[in-house]
Ligand binder design. Sequence first.
Ligand code: ADP
Ligand code: MG
Length: 567
Amino acid sequence: MNASGFKHGIAGALAMLAMLACQPAIAADLASVQVIEGFRELGGYIASPFLLGGAWIAVKITLLAMSIGLALGLGLALMRLSRFKALNSAAWGYIWFVRGTPQLLQLVFIFDALPLIGLRFDEVTTAVIGFALNEAAFSAELFRAGILSVNRSQSTAAAALGMGPLLTLRRIILPQSMRAVIPGLANDTIGMLKLTSIASVIFVNELTFRSQQVVGQNFKFFTVFGAAAVIYLFLTSGISLVQVWLERLFDHERDRKITFSWFGLRASKHDVNPAAAPVALPVAAKEPEAADHAWIGTLLPVENRTPRHCGEPFVACRNIWKSYGKREILRGVDLSIAHGEVVVILGPSGSGKSTLLKLINHLEPLDWGTIKVDSEYVGYREVPGGGGTVRPLHNLARARAEARVGMVFQHFNLFSHLSALENIVEAQRQVYAVPRAAAEALGRDLLKSVGLAAHADFLPHRLSGGQQQRVAIARALAIKPKLMLFDEPTSALDPELVGEVLGVMRGLADAGMTMIVVTHEIRFARDVADRVVFMDGGEVVEQGTPQQVIDNPTHERTRKFLNVVAN
Ligand code: ADP
Ligand code: MG
């Protein structure tokens, strides 16, 4: 080989090496070109009116079917919770059938069956009907679980304020149950959006079906199905965002500034500035304000402040009998209370004290006997010519509202999703149709009278037990009660908080309110009660002035009880 041949050989070898070295780069270039092309194609399909049109059909079916399905589901849930067995069984039968059969078969069946009974709809409408009927069964169980998750004490408190069952459901139970229901409903919505693809069996031309059609023509599986997946992901992300927003809205443990309602269903917008929210104040850090008891008297209706001198007692319980199952709880109780009188009921646990209070404002029905408050039966009417026989009234809520009997519970039972002021305003607005401004003005006056003017916007969980009970008293006073019932109002309180509640009650007694107080506070009974009644075993054992019953009891049972309480 000569020199020039050698040179050429070297150059050739170098060129070969260079080519070999460039090979991966060329391959990589090719691959990246393909990837870019792939993404461009994917983007093209995502933006294609054909696929987007299919997505819109899926969204339309989901929105309509969810709306109808949720309304039906709530109805079914209420039927399931009804005490009428026929309603409960019908709802259960529907849920059993729908949950137990494939949705695909349900769609085909509806598509074929509706025309047979003369109902002809287009495919999308048929799909909406099919999905709505299916969703009703599933959401019914979600709603039922949500409603059951709300403590019964909430509906008892609402009933004591004269709120009817539907009003209680809408204003108190549903807003509190939404927190438990929303995650499940979001799952259902996302599931339905994706499952609309099965509507292709009844010729609904939605997103998945359309992407299959495109792939059938061009075999571009990855880009076409990838585009459909991206569109689905985008839509379901939207649903997840709405879920987060709704959960925050119905999270009643967050403090908030603005409350609003849709169709009367209350929700609240949360305060974004925690420094400005009442939450910034530690509950116990503030000294309790002095309760201004003089206020309480001025807030009572005039007739409550002027003693009456009519022959009939203001509260007249005659021969009251009440059983739960086979157990007799009250056995022929007779009790008369004069207008303006403060009666304290003492007695061991289980002696029927709470039951007696619940019978007085008809939170429970009587088995036998009669109760009159201010000469009227509460929730009963006398049968004409029936010799004193009484029948329960149909509209019990209205009867309770008209009776104006305020009740305060051992565990306060404040509506946990409403602020202190809203708790007081609720029954005034919803039951007695008091204009908002007047209801809020009275609410603020009452809060001031129980020493909580600065706590109007606090949610119950931000208040101490004593503060909650004072709000509960203010709430009961807001319905302008003729009679106040207290069921162990201080039993759930820490000892240092008892005084603030008893103070408010003393003020109320001084203002002339007729009160029946179940309590173990012997000192309160001695100082404030006009009369003390001792109950045991569902009977009134003895009654008299505090000096008679507390200091000189005549019955052994009373002595025993007082010994236990004193120690
Ligand atoms: P007290 O308030 O004097 O402690 P209650 O009036 O609450 O007594 O209850 C008296 C008895 O009735 C208790 O033994 C209680 O278990 C029973 N009781 C109360 N309410 C019901 C109810 N809704 N169903 C069945 N039993 C009940
Ligand atoms: Mg009790």
